[in-house]
Structures are given as C-alpha cells and as structure tokens.
Design a protein around this ligand. Structure first.
Ligand SMILES: [Zn+2]
Length: 465
C-alpha cells in the first residue's frame, strides 16, 4: 500500500514494523464544544485509513485520545484552557462538559459510520503516564523547570522542525508567538506540565513531583500512544493543523523519552472549507452532522461527499454540494436496491473487481477512484446481479455508505407503517366506521400504495411512479 507521509513529504510504500500488524494512533476531539463537520471530515479520513488497512488484511490496533484537559485556546500554550472557557460559558463542571461533548461527539461520529477505535482514552485518565515521561525528560535534561512550569527544551533535539518545510519556520514562529512567555528558553519550547498561578482557578489539578497542576496538551497523545500501543508506532494521524506545533512536539518529546525513532508514517487530512474559509468553532453557529440531519440530509450523504474528494485536498462545503451528494447517493442506492439475486456467484469476476477496488485504495486512499470502480462494476453487463450485490457488500466494508442496508431498513419501516394502517382499517370496518376505513384507503393511495381486499384479508401493492 502507498501512503503520503508528511515526514518525508512523499508517497511511500507502507511497511509496518511487524508484518501484517498495524499500530495506528489518531488524535481525538477536544471536548469543550461540538465537533463541526470540518472536524468530522478528518475522522472520516481516519476511518477510511483504518478500514482500508483491515480490508487489505492487516490486523489493526487503533487508539484515540479524548482531550478533556490541557488544550489551551492557542495550540502553542497561550490563552486559556479550552475546558475552562466552556466551564465559564456553561456554568458546569469540567467533567460534566467533557461528558456531554464526548457523548455528542460519538453520536455524530457514528452517524457518519466511523468505527470507534479499539482504545479510546480520555487525557485525564493517564496522568501517571505523563508524570513518568516528564520525570525521565527532566532527568535526561530534555526538559527544565521555569516559573513553576515544566518545559520541553526544543534546542536539545536535532531537527525539531522535521514535520514542516524549512521555510515555514519563520512563518510558524510569527504566527504562533501570540503570547510571549518569559519562562521559556527558546520560543518554540512548550509546556509539559503547568503549575503556574495564571490558571489558579483551574478546576482539574493533580499532584505531581513539581506541585499541583495539570498536563500540557501535547504530552497526552505521546503518553496515551506509548501506554497503549507501545514504543513503536506505525501510523499517526491528524488534521493538517496538527502538524505544527502539536505533532512536531509529540515527536520531540516521544523520541527524546524513548531514545529511538517513534513513528514511521504521519498521515494528515486537509481542511473542509466553507465559503468564508476554514471552518472554526469561533465563527457563530457550529455546523454539526446532527444539524445537517435536522435539515433533512442523510449524514452519510456528507460522508459520500467527503469520499468524492481526496483526503489531501481541501474540500469546499456548500449546501449545493451536499444536495448533489445526497441525490447521487439516493440514485446509487436505488439502483443497488433494484438488483436481484439472479444467478450463480461468479468468483473470478468478483476477484477481479476486488483487485481493482483495492488498487485505488492502495494508491494513497484514492476514494473517488474507488467510487468509480463501484459505478463501473454496476454498469458492467457481463456481471450478473448476484455477483454485483456481493461486490457492493464487500466495497461497503470500507465505504460504509449503507449501500444495501439503508434501503432495506426504509423498506421494512414502510412495510410496518402500511401494516399498521391496514390493521387500523380492519378495526374501523369492524366498528362499521366506513368513513374512517375509506379515509385510510385514500390516504395510502395518495402515497402510491394500493390496497387489495380479498376473501383472505387485505394485501397491498406499491404503484411505482
Ligand atoms: Zn494529538
């Protein structure tokens, strides 16, 4: 399989540390607010990566964190803790906020058919692990105490900016240097452990060898990844905005702690844009998957829209684009739903289409080409419908668009609704309420459902438009 690796800035052959097994870590949500659809695009990208690896036969173990402490309003340790901001906004405890938005996150996550990782761990449950790592970094002189906080000394590592292009460094320095911290030895240094009085009303505090405090944001992903996936990670995923400083800092502290290379492949998703630019939570109403659903869209139409574009390309969200995705997905499902089991399963043809489908995904997850393989397969007249249905089911293990199931569940819902009406009509007739009985018949007729009364009871027929 070929994957673009941010570390080398090349599309490379993916070779895991252990044959056939993949250790995958992806950064999870900061649960101080709802996850907007731009965040969700990122998780859809991770889900496709996860499912593709499994589809190709790898045994995948994936971990994801939930940031419920330590993420400041600026990624470079300045501003307020995001959870504290939410606590003030909503007059709830930090743990209540975290629980509420974690639950809301997973509702939307599952609505777009993202598979929940094997390991999901909140930052607040791994404090001992961070203390262990920070203690060693201090002992080995990679970290220092200043003004009460513990900082990582970025000057102690070679090639600190390994994930970013060299010429970006100045730009990054200018952009991220929002708040001058005189305790830092170098501008790029970052906090591993906070104890300073700046956040004296911080709700979540833990005892540490350096005083009561709480961890910085970056240490949590290193800590959780090393604790659950071990010292050698195959792929680390996130959004492009995580490259600097978050992932850059993760590499610096993890490799200094471990004493060897930590992760071989860095996977990053591009942004979803709206017409005003990059989506953000600070711009008024937060557009979530649930909001799209309330407006009448199928959350999987959003997933379908994301799959139509490459994960490394920016994608523009507009309602027109979503509408178009919804219509195309409806047509696709309708077409698939019309397929019947009409003959013997053709294993050779099945295998040849599976091969083509795999080829597109193995090519740096080219999901739009994978969809083209699906369309071509459906059009192929040399394939019988039995084989087509099996292929749709197989492809949907990765695409996860409910291509078969969704239609079936609509059908069974409709069938139940019709049966309820028929029973209601039988009851009405029994009570000699013929006006109501006729009303029910006409109501169903207006929906294209024709009732047929026979001596054995009532059946129905759906009149196709
Ligand atoms: Zn992270």
């Amino acid at each position: 399989m070929k994957l673009y690796n941010t570390l080398t800035r090349k599309v490379e052959e993916f070779i895991p540390n252990e044959k056939g097994k993949v250790k995958l870590y992806t950064c999870g949500p900061t649960v101080y607010h709802y996850a907007h659809i731009g965040n969700i695009r990122n998780y859809i990208g991770h889900d496709i990566l996860d499912k593709t690896l499994r589809y190709l036969g790898y045994e995948v173990t994936r971990a994801m964190n939930i940031t419920d402490v330590g993420h400041l309003t600026s990624d470079s340790d300045s501003g307020e803790d995001k959870m504290e901001v939410a606590r003030k906004r909503e007059h709830k405890s930090a743990m209540e906020i975290a629980k509420f938005y974690t639950d809301a996150f997973f509702v939307d996550f599952e609505k777009v058919n993202c598979k929940v990782p094997e390991i999901v761990s909140p930052a607040t449950e791994n404090i001992d692990e961070y203390i262990k790592i920070i203690t060693k970094l201090l002992n080995d002189d990679y970290a220092y105490e200043s003004g009460g906080n513990i900082y990582f000394d970025t000057n102690k590592v070679d090639n600190y900016y390994c994930l970013t292009k060299q010429d970006d460094n100045m730009v990054i320095g200018a952009r991220e240097g929002v708040e001058e911290d005189s305790n830092k030895r170098n501008q790029a240094d970052f906090v591993l452990w906070f104890t300073t009085s700046k956040f004296e009303n911080h709700e979540l505090l833990w005892d540490s060898p350096w005083g009561k405090g709480y961890p910085g944001w970056h240490i949590e992903c290193s800590g959780i990844s090393i604790k659950y996936l071990g010292e050698y990670l195959d792929i680390h995923g996130g959004g492009v905005d995580n490259i600097f400083p978050h992932h850059t800092n993760e590499i610096a502290q993890s490799e200094s702690y471990l004493g060897h290379k930590w992760c071989n492949y860095w996977f990053h998703n591009e942004h979803l844009l709206d017409e005003s630019g990059k989506m953000s939570k600070s711009k008024g109403v937060i557009l979530t998957v649930s909001v799209l659903e309330e407006k009448g869209y199928d959350p999987l139409a959003f997933r379908f829209m994301c799959l139509g574009s490459h994960y490394r390309k920016q994608l523009l969200f507009t309602y027109d684009n979503l509408e178009q995705a919804q219509n195309t997905l409806n047509k696709l499902r309708k077409k698939i739903n019309s397929l019947k089991n009409d003959g013997d399963f053709d294993k050779d043809k099945f295998d040849s289409y599976v091969f083509k489908f795999k080829e597109t995904l193995e090519n740096d997850l080219n999901t739009s080409n994978a969809l083209t393989v699906l369309y071509n397969m459906l059009k192929d007249e040399s394939l019988n419908e039995t084989t087509k249905l099996k292929l749709v089911g197989d492809f949907d293990k990765v695409l996860s668009l409910n291509l078969i199931k969704e239609e079936e569940s609509i059908d069974s819902e409709l069938a139940k609704e019709i049966m309820d009406k028929i029973n209601e009509r039988i009851e009405a007739k029994k009570n000699k309420n013929f006006i109501l009985a006729d009303k029910i018949r006409d109501e169903l007729a207006s929906k294209g459902i024709k009732l047929i009364d026979t001596k054995d009871g009532t059946t129905y027929e759906i009149i196709k438009d």
